[in-house]
Design a protein around this ligand. Structure first.
Ligand code: NI
Length: 169
């Protein structure tokens, strides 16, 4: 089932989420829905907070479903390593139409559980490292716009407020 994606400014998107305690049917349904929602958007990553569920779960698929091995599901992820810096243009399904250059690590290692509760550690460089940081941010209630400073941030926030006032957000 495709779930509605919260947009920047909606309260639940900006809240930190809690650890998953039980790997039950409800969690399996959530992961299935998140994958379906991500592919339908289409996007390369989605966090549970973006569909209004305050749990530490994210999915990433840089191939957007083209590579059957491309799907990464992470439950209760933690940082193992982060290093380097990259500066690339980035967007978010919760901020459609907006993008900005965000400072991200160039290499990142994340450890977490898969949807069955098995531990796994995944290393990402370049785009995957960026996706890891982007989705880990969502679990803390942080959207890429919150990582911007000064005029860049103000401009986007003001444009979103204008869209909201016009009922188009
Ligand atoms: Ni996002």
């Amino acid at each position: 089932m495709i779930r509605p994606i919260l947009r920047y400014g909606e309260r639940d998107l900006h809240r930190a989420s809690s650890e998953v305690a039980v790997f039950d049917e409800q969690l399996q349904g959530l992961v299935d829905d998140m994958v379906e929602t991500m592919y339908a958007a289409p996007g390369i990553g989605l966090a549970a907070t973006q569909v209004g569920v305050p749990l530490r779960v994210f999915v990433i698929d840089l191939s957007v479903g083209r590579d059957p091995e491309g799907l990464i599901t992470m439950v209760n992820p933690v940082w193992i390593e982060r290093e380097g810096v990259q500066l690339e243009e980035e967007g978010c399904l919760s901020a459609p139409g907006f993008s900005a250059t965000v400072v991200r690590p160039s290499r990142a290692v994340v450890r977490g559980l898969d949807r069955a509760g098995r531990e796994r550690t995944i290393e990402g460089t370049n785009l995957l490292a960026r996706a890891f940081q982007h989705e880990m941010d969502h679990l803390e209630g942080t959207v890429f716009i919150d990582r911007l400073r000064g005029i860049k941030r103000d401009l986007i926030v003001r444009r979103i407020q204008k869209l909201k006032r016009g009922g188009r957000w």
